[in-house]
Design a binder for this molecule. Structure first.
Ligand code: ARG
Ligand code: GLU
Length: 712
């Protein structure tokens, strides 16, 4: 047994040592260090073609879309692709019963029909600079933490002020490698962005939550926008006289499709990864916190499912809540399974023992001597607080009655001295919140969720890690019945009556509502008993992590490290390939329209197929968008290292042409945020030929294709 473990460890250690194509989220500015490997893997262009500040490069076509996705420019007239789920909010805002763009899709047949999207912006990275030395000026390894922080802030402010004088771009500085390096970013933010087109949800969200995170996948997850600028090409607020933005570069689109083994890269904005954590942290996340979240959310989802199946109205009411909860639930299951299945903790521990040996080899490495010990003790101390937070937050958020009541906190605190206009403002916004809340509220679900969550909370948490009100509960069901019967927040008429003609005097009555009191008890407990511990331990862990990162880089000076994702532009590359998720099971790297027809089920919302799409399928009317094999390819997988925020990112071929839009990962490999394994970590993209087929053949919006550069 021991020998087998040893052997596995050995193989894994060797695997870690070899450059693993697939792993890594690289800083575009430093891509020359990857160029050789990328070209060996098949890339025909240069690092300069991808990122350059001397001439136009692919980076000029990539944007941060809104606050959390990626988009890319595909024409000289500012036309932009992103995912359907990234454009969703804006599509929804333009939808009404008469114009239900979510259900039916939307296609502007000329520029005049494009829809402005207030609140939406896209951000172009114009330039990046390494400012590490100046940010860390005057700081040594012995500088006390507070002093270090103050100094870093002060240095950053100074640099930003200087650069701001020489540029019209937005200047910011972000830490990389946990604060061992700092890079300055020059960004340009465009705020006149208009909706141009999107497929019906039956295409853009096909498979819905059932298929989310899962391969095989058949989602046409795309939407189209256009960026507008003033007549000089500069950012401008919406104006009907603004003109389409002319980019320094737009992406060419390849109709050649993909073959297994092809080189491919993704260019976009990954949000957050934690690849350099110690074993103890990964273990805590994968085996303590995530399982609790999965368990609690799974139980909530079971309750939703039960009622959603019984009543079509409830199905719609809870669809979006289900989606939000289900996204994390599925992902975290994959994290735990991936970490354990692929010996993630053992790998980390093994690495740590070699790190420790290295530290012990020289006195000059004294600053690393206690790192791992300190991590262990910090995470151990943190664990009960982290759990307390988890239960508190899930109870506070998932019991809708309680979270809704919580929104009235401010109003419950007004006094006779509060200016009437402040009260009016609160009342108006609560009226809106109340209408939204009751539209999608189904009390029987909430009662059952409340009893379940409070029961789990009581069972799992020791008395001194629970808010006071929980400790007094003798009979959960009786308590919940009483809470729901007595609170006014279950009753829209009562809430409206209170809001209409609200007077300062009413605040007292409001404050006595039992649901609001539960909310306050949960929050008060967190504020008084948990918050300080979490903050101070997390800050200290950040300090340890910074030192550990430095140590790792010092130990392996030859190794090419990449910084964790931090919502800055990155390049990541690998190959188009399927995988073996389990013994005896192999996933092919692409799916086709046949698969959509196989999944078709008019009874199941997620699997309804659009009649027009079906007709095109029957007629095999795919035009030039068909694959060589004659079928219509829909999605494909690749071993490219991506995470949240990479939604909408272009996946490009060896010549830098657009192959598809990244939109998801396979859940078996979602541990890639903590440890990347090229054997099972796969990203999922919609094939660009399917996107163009939908635009052209399905929607008849061929005029959009004419703007693009198509490589056949
Ligand atoms: N799993 C993807 C992500 O993390 C897609 C989520 C949206 N799609 C959905 N069916 N809920 O964002
Ligand atoms: N769907 C994710 C997003 O919205 C991308 C999938 C992932 O986490 O890899 O960014």
């Amino acid at each position: 047994m021991k020998r087998i473990t040893l052997l596995i460890t050995l193989i894994l250690t060797l695997a870690v040592g070899i450059a693993k194509a697939g792993e890594g989220m690289w800083i575009p500015m430093l891509l020359q260090y990857n160029e050789k490997e990328m070209q060996e893997m098949g890339m025909k262009i240069s690092a300069e073609d991808i990122y350059s500040i001397n001439h136009s490069s692919l980076k000029d076509a990539i944007v941060l879309f809104g606050g959390g996705c990626t988009g890319e420019i595909v024409s000289d007239y500012g036309l932009l692709f992103t995912n359907h789920h990234c454009g969703y909010d804006y599509i929804q805002k333009h939808s009404s019963v008469e114009h239900d763009y979510l259900t039916n899709g939307f296609w502007a047949m000329n520029r005049g029909e494009e829809l402005p999207c207030p609140g939406l912006s896209v951000t172009f990275l114009r330039e990046m600079r390494d400012v590490t030395e100046r940010v860390l000026e005057g700081i040594t390894i012995d500088t006390p933490e507070d002093e270090r922080k103050a100094k870093v802030d002060q240095n950053m402010k100074k640099i930003i002020a200087e650069v701001e004088k020489e540029t019209r771009y937005k200047v910011s500085i972000k830490p990389f490698f946990q604060g061992n390096e700092y890079y300055l970013l020059l960004n340009e933010v465009y705020t006149d962005v208009r909706l141009v087109g999107c497929p019906p949800s039956n295409i853009g969200k096909f498979g819905g939550d059932t298929d989310n995170w899962v391969w095989p996948r058949h989602t046409g997850d795309f939407s189209i926008f256009r960026v507008y600028a003033d007549k000089d090409g500069h950012p401008a607020v919406y104006d009907k006289d603004n003109v389409p933005y002319k980019p320094a570069k737009h992406l060419d689109i390849s109709l050649k499709g993909v073959e297994e083994g092809d080189f491919a890269f993704v260019f976009g904005y990954p949000a957050r990864t934690n690849e350099y954590l110690p074993a103890v942290a990964v273990d805590q996340e994968a085996n303590v916190i995530d399982p609790v979240m999965v368990d609690l959310r799974g139980k909530v989802l079971d309750i939703y499912n039960k009622y959603q199946e019984q009543d079509p109205k409830v199905r719609i009411q809870y669809a979006s809540k289900h989606a939000g909860l289900g996204n994390g639930w599925k992902k975290w299951m994959g994290v735990t399974e991936g970490i354990n299945h692929f010996h993630g903790i053992e790998r980390k521990m093994d690495y740590e023992s070699s790190f420790y040996d290295w530290v012990m080899q020289s006195r000059s490495r004294y600053m690393y001597a206690n790192l791992l010990k300190d991590f262990k003790s910090n995470y151990k101390t943190l664990e009960p607080y982290q759990l307390a937070y988890t239960y508190m937050a899930e109870a506070g958020r998932r019991i809708e009655l309680v979270s809704f009541a919580g929104r009235f906190t401010k109003l419950s605190e007004v006094t006779k001295e509060t200016p009437q206009e402040d009260i009016n403002r609160m009342v108006e916004s609560l009226k809106k919140a109340s209408a939204t809340f009751f539209k999608d509220y189904y009390e029987p679900i909430d009662r059952e969720v409340a009893a379940m969550l409070l029961g789990e909370y009581l069972k799992a948490q020791p008395a001194d890690f629970r808010p006071a009100f929980l400790n007094d509960i003798k009979d959960i069901n009786g308590y919940v019945d009483n809470l729901f019967n007595k609170s006014m927040f279950t009753d829209e008429a009562k809430v409206n009556a209170l809001l209409n003609g609200f007077k300062a005097n009413d605040a007292k009555k409001l404050a006595k509502d039992p649901a609001l009191q539960v909310f306050q008890s949960l929050n008060g407990f967190y504020r008084d008993e948990v918050y300080d511990h979490i903050v101070s331990l997390t800050n200290d862990n950040a300090r340890l992590q910074r030192i550990y990162m430095k140590g790792q880089m010092e130990m392996e000076p030859e190794k090419h490290f990449y910084p964790d994702a931090n919502f800055t532009l990155r390049v990541t590359y690998g190959r188009v390939e399927g995988f073996k998720p389990q013994d005896g099971k192999t996933y092919r790297h692409f799916t086709t329209l046949e698969g959509i027809m196989q999944k078709e089920n008019p009874e199941i919302y997620d699997y309804v197929v659009e009649p027009r799409l079906k007709q095109l399928y029957i007629n095999k009317d795919y035009g030039r968008y068909a694959d060589r094999d004659g079928t219509m390819h829909v999605a494909f997988t690749a071993s490219v290292h991506t995470t949240g925020g990479n939604s909408g990112s272009p996946i490009l071929n060896s010549e830098g042409q657009l192959l598809g839009l990244n939109f998801d990962r396979c859940w078996e490999g979602t541990m890639s945020d903590l440890i990347y394994d090229p054997a099972i970590c796969r990203n999922i993209s919609v094939d660009i030929r399917y996107v163009l087929f939908i635009i052209d053949k399905f929607a008849g919006a061929g005029h959009l294709i004419e703007e693009m550069t198509i490589i056949e």
